[in-house]
Ligand binder design. Structure first.
Ligand code: SF4
Length: 424
C-alpha cells in the first residue's frame, strides 16, 4: 500500500547498540508479539478534566488516512503481528473525531492480511458524545468500549469538567444509558482521587444501582501534565488500602457481582500461576517490553512502553518519540539513543524490582511511566501506583483466601506489604 505523503526530515540518530545486540527481533523466542497498538487519531478532547496528563488536548488536528495507511504498513511489515492484539483508539476524546473518519479508517485496516483475525478494536471514551449512531458503529465492528465515569455526580463532576468548568456527569450518564439501550457491552474506568477514596460504599452502591458490572480503578497518578496527585500525601496509601478493602468486602458479601480489574488480576496471579508468563517463565509485562506496546500520534510519531509517554516532554531522555513511521520502520527505534537509554533504564529498574520486591513474580515491574514520573527515572522500583494497583489488591485477595482456608499468620505469614520509601 502506497501513499503520496512527504516524510518529515528524520533527526540524525547516533548509533550506539545494534539491533542484533539488543536482541529485539520478534522471532526471538523470549520476546512476545505486539499486544497493544494505541492510535491517537487526534490529540483533541472535548472536555477538560483537571487531572488529565495530555498536554495538547486543545489541538483539533486529525490524522490523515494516508498516515494511518503508512502506520499500518509499517506495523504489518514489522512481523510483530503474530497474535490477536488490541487496537486502542485513544486521544484526547476519540469520539470527537467523526464516525465518517472511522468508517474509512476501519475499511483501510480491514484490507491487511487476516486483519479480522488479529485486530480487536477498542476505544476509551468519556461518553459525552455517545449517541445511537455511534452505538450502531461500535456494535457493527464489535468495538470494546471503556467508559470513563468517576462515580456519583458530586464525585464525577469534581474533576471531570467542560472547558467552561461545568460538570460532565449528565452527559456521560446519558452516553452510558445510550450504550445500554443499544446493547453495546462496556466497562467503566474510574479515577480514584481524594474526593472518592473515602467513599467506597457510595461508589459500590453507585455501580450496583446503575447496572455497571465491569470496573477498573485508576488511582490518580502523577503523570505528564498532571504534576501532582491528591493521593500522594495525607495518608494516601492507607486511604487507598481502606477503600479497596471495603469495596472488596462489599462485593464479596453480595457474591461478587462486580468484576473489578485489579482484584481479577490479583486472583488470577494467585490461582493460575504462569497465566501471564513469557516463554522463559518470567511474568510478562507488556509495558516494559520494547514493541509490546506501540503508540502512534496523528502525525505518525511513535513511542513504545507505557502509552502515557507519547508526546510528553523529557529532558532526561531527550525524547519519548522514537521515530516517525512516515520516514522509517518500527525497528529503526532501536538505533535511537533515547530508546536505548529508556530501555536500559527500564531493564535496570526491573532488576531492582526483582531484587527487592516480593511481588515481582506477579507484576514484572509494573508501569515504567509511573516510575519515571514518581521517581524521576525508569531505573527505580516501587511507586505509589504499583502499591495501589498491584501490592494492595494482591494482599487483600491473599488475606481473604487465607481466611477462607482457615490459615492464620502463625502457620503461613502473608507477604508483608512493604512501606514506601517516600512515605511520610
Ligand atoms: S509491585 Fe512495584 S516494586 Fe514490586 S515488582 Fe511491581 S513495580 Fe516493582
Amino acid at each position: 500500500m502506497t501513499t503520496t505523503l512527504e516524510a518529515p526530515a528524520a533527526e540524525p540518530q547516533k548509533t550506539t547498540r545494534s539491533l542484533s545486540e539488543l536482541n529485539l527481533t520478534p522471532q526471538n523466542s523470549d520476546r512476545m508479539a505486539m499486544g497493544l497498538l494505541v492510535i491517537q487519531p487526534s490529540p483533541f478532547c472535548n472536555i477538560n478534566c483537571d487531572y488529565c496528563y495530555l498536554p495538547n488536548r486543545t489541538d483539533t488536528r486529525r490524522m490523515d488516512h494516508a498516515v494511518l495507511e503508512r502506520v499500518m504498513d509499517k506495523v504489518w511489515d514489522s512481523g510483530l503481528v503474530v497474535a490477536p492484539f488490541s487496537l486502542l483508539w485513544h486521544a484526547g476524546e476519540p469520539l470527537a473525531v467523526p464516525i465518517k473518519w472511522y468508517e474509512k479508517a476501519f475499511e483501510i485496516i480491514a484490507r491487511y492480511p487476516e486483519a479480522s483475525k488479529y485486530v480487536i478494536h477498542s476505544v476509551q471514551t468519556n461518553g459525552t458524545l455517545v449517541n445511537d449512531k455511534w452505538c450502531e458503529f461500535l456494535n457493527k465492528h464489535e468495538v470494546e468500549v471503556g467508559l470513563s465515569i468517576d462515580g456519583p455526580r458530586h464525585i464525577h463532576d469534581h474533576h471531570r469538567k467542560t472547558r467552561k468548568g461545568e460538570g460532565t456527569f449528565d452527559k456521560a450518564m446519558r452516553g452510558m444509558e445510550c450504550l445500554k439501550k443499544n446493547n453495546v457491552p462496556f466497562g467503566v474506568v474510574s479515577v480514584i482521587s481524594d474526593v472518592s477514596v473515602d467513599h467506597p460504599d457510595e461508589m459500590y452502591d453507585f455501580y450496583r444501582e446503575h447496572g455497571i458490572t465491569g470496573i477498573g480503578f485508576n488511582i490518580e497518578e502523577v503523570e505528564g501534565a498532571n504534576e501532582s496527585s491528591s493521593l500522594n500525601e495525607n495518608g494516601g496509601i492507607e486511604r487507598i488500602q481502606a477503600f479497596l478493602k471495603q469495596f472488596y468486602l462489599r462485593n464479596k458479601a453480595d457474591g461478587f457481582p462486580l468484576n473489578v480489574r485489579e482484584f481479577q488480576i490479583a486472583e488470577r496471579n494467585i490461582m493460575e500461576p504462569g497465566w501471564c508468563s513469557d516463554p522463559n517463565g518470567k511474568y510478562y509485562n507488556m509495558e516494559s517490553d520494547p514493541f509490546g506496546m506501540i503508540n502512534v500520534d496523528c502525525f505518525g510519531n511513535f513511542s513504545s512502553f507505557s502509552p502515557e509517554l507519547l508526546g510528553q516532554p523529557t529532558e532526561k531522555y531527550g525524547s519519548f518519540n522514537f521515530g516517525n513511521l512516515l520516514s522509517g520502520g518500527l525497528f529503526d527505534a532501536t538505533l535511537n539513543e533515547s530508546f536505548q537509554k529508556v530501555l536500559s533504564d527500564i531493564e535496570a529498574g526491573n532488576k531492582k524490582c526483582a531484587e527487592t520486591c516480593a511481588f515481582y513474580d506477579y507484576c514484572g515491574g509494573s508501569a515504567p511511566s509511573n516510575k519515571y514520573y514518581e521517581n524521576g527515572t525508569f531505573d527505580s522500583a516501587e511507586t505509589h501506583q504499583c502499591r495501589s494497583t498491584v501490592q494492595i489488591p494482591m494482599q487483600i485477595v491473599l488475606e481473604d483466601l487465607e481466611e477462607d482456608l482457615g490459615i492464620n499468620d502463625e502457620v503461613s505469614p502473608l507477604i508483608e506489604l512493604p512501606k514506601p520509601e517516600h512515605a511520610a
